[in-house]
Design a protein around this ligand. Structure first.
Ligand code: ADP
Length: 461
């Protein structure tokens, strides 16, 4: 089976979030399932420069499609310099979106649909940037299509005035197509017309059917619920392997958990923390989505229980300040490192005792999966992929030896405080090490999910 995966980001070439990780890892995992995936990506400078063995397979007046390889990935690149050969990010520069994003991604999706008609069995579109490709295939003919939602907060909605630039098929601007409250909705059009829809966890698939999480799309999602599936993301278990991770001071396995101590000492040093008591960590964008304002309210409580806190992240200035003030109040017990630091994030997962993820919503989430793999017990809100991947330490789960973390009600500072207290109570007991070991043994790689994608692809083709 030949699948064209249409994505505006792909790890390691272009990344702003989890979409890139999935788009980069899934083709590799699907190869093991007998599915041949080619990724269709925009010709950003980082992509065209990395491409080797490039061949032009199609051409227009101001664009061409190149086929080649980069970083082990089979790529088709939409090389349209007017649209994509720019300094800056994939969607904008200095915090402002590119003013022609509607045109950029409409042209990209249209080209993807044309390529898919030429020898592909299925088109798999990711997020709003690719969502018009299923619209073209549904209205002008072509293979079946699948649309994956990585975060329904991002919808690609534009005023009707852009319509003429989009070269949409006849009839696309209708209630059954891209029309959305008089505007043009890229994601809305794809959700309406793709053969099937997935999102990145079973719980998020249920949540987006409600007004609380659907962000205005719940009506269309409900209308198409019969073709909606939730498939949880995996992680790269080679890049994230506690037995053999160059960012750790000492590698460890479920049998050698005591070796984590050296990593915790290194972490204490990096953050200027005094030893003693459970070490909680946060590795996150600092935004209200992540519920970290609720954690900021709980810092004194956490320290009062004998805990310590190390925060790595950047984002909303108010949140950065809240944690900086907490660090001032509790020197040696609380510290924040503002910034993005991939190796430090590995050391934190390998050295801290628990990772806090109190998100208000979380389509899938990756840091809880890294935590499981590294024996860093996840303490998470019961939402989206967090609810699907962490087994709460209630008495029955502890007795059965299947608990892997602590799960609390989302959006509730008191519930988070109780979860922190529960962690402090369990810390240092045999139950705690059993949770660490059960987490380290959970399946967090891509195998199971790749098999689900492959089965879904087959059912559509
Ligand atoms: P989201 O995509 O909503 O930001 P995810 O949990 O799905 O959340 O993915 C976040 C990814 O970014 C994880 O790989 C996490 O380790 C990483 N990350 C987030 N903040 C930082 C940081 N400050 N330094 C290093 N890695 C970070």
């Amino acid at each position: 089976m030949k699948v064209l995966s249409v994505t505006s980001e792909i790890y390691p070439l272009v990344k702003t979030g989890g979409l890139a990780d999935v788009a980069g890892a899934l083709p590799v995992a699907l190869a093991g399932q007998g599915v041949e995936v080619t990724s269709f990506v925009p010709g950003y400078p980082a992509v065209t420069q990395a491409l080797t063995k490039a061949k032009t397979v199609r051409q227009g007046p101001d664009w061409r499609i190149l086929s080649g390889r980069a970083d082990g990935l089979d790529l088709m690149v939409f090389d349209a310099p007017d649209l994509f050969d720019r300094d800056g990010g994939p969607y904008g520069k200095d915090g402002a979106d590119w003013p022609d994003n509607a045109r950029r991604f409409a042209r990209f999706a249209r080209a993807a649909a044309e390529v898919a008609r030429d020898g592909f069995d299925l088109l798999h579109a990711h997020d709003w940037q690719a969502a018009l490709a299923p619209v073209h295939l549904a209205l002008d003919g072509g293979p079946p299509s699948l649309l994956t939602i990585h975060n329904i907060a991002f919808q690609g909605r534009y005023g009707r005035d852009v319509l003429d630039e989009l070269a949409l098929p006849e009839g696309a601007f209708s209630v059954e197509g891209v029309e959305y409250w008089g505007d043009v909705g890229f994601l809305k059009g794809g959700l309406s017309l793709a053969s099937a829809i997935t999102t990145v966890s079973p719980t998020y698939a249920k949540e987006i059917r409600t007004p609380e999480f659907g962000m205005g799309m719940e009506g269309i999602i409900n209308a198409r619920a019969h073709v909606l599936h939730g498939i949880v993301n995996g992680i790269d278990t080679e890049a994230w392997n506690p037995a053999d991770d160059p960012a750790l001071v000492k590698g460890f396995s479920p049998r050698t958990l005591a070796r984590r101590r050296a990593n915790r000492e290194a972490l204490d040093d990096r953050f200027g923390l005094q030893p003693g008591g459970p070490l909680f960590c946060v590795i996150s964008r600092l935004t209200s989505q992540k519920g970290l304002d609720l954690l900021a309210q709980n810092v004194d409580h956490l320290v009062g229980l004998g805990g310590r806190l190390a925060v790595l992240g950047s984002g909303e200035p108010g949140l950065e300040q809240a944690f900086a003030h907490a660090a001032d109040r509790h020197p040696g017990r609380v510290a924040i490192h503002v910034g993005y630091d991939e190796p430090l994030s590995h050391l934190m997962q390998g050295g801290a005792d628990a990772i806090l993820i109190p998100s208000r919503f979380e389509p899938c989430g990756l840091t809880q999966l890294y935590g499981l793999r590294y024996g860093c017990v996840p303490i998470v809100a019961r939402t989206g992929g967090l609810a699907d991947t962490v087994v709460h330490a209630n008495d029955a789960a502890l007795r059965a030896g299947v608990a892997t973390g602590i799960v609390h009600a989302p959006g509730d500072g008191f519930a988070l405080g109780a979860a922190i207290a529960e962690a402090c109570r369990l810390y240092g007991t045999l139950d705690w090490t059993a949770m660490q070991r059960a987490g380290m043994r959970s399946e967090v790689g891509w195998e199971a999910s790749a098999a689900q994608y492959a089965a879904l692809y087959r059912s559509l083709v």
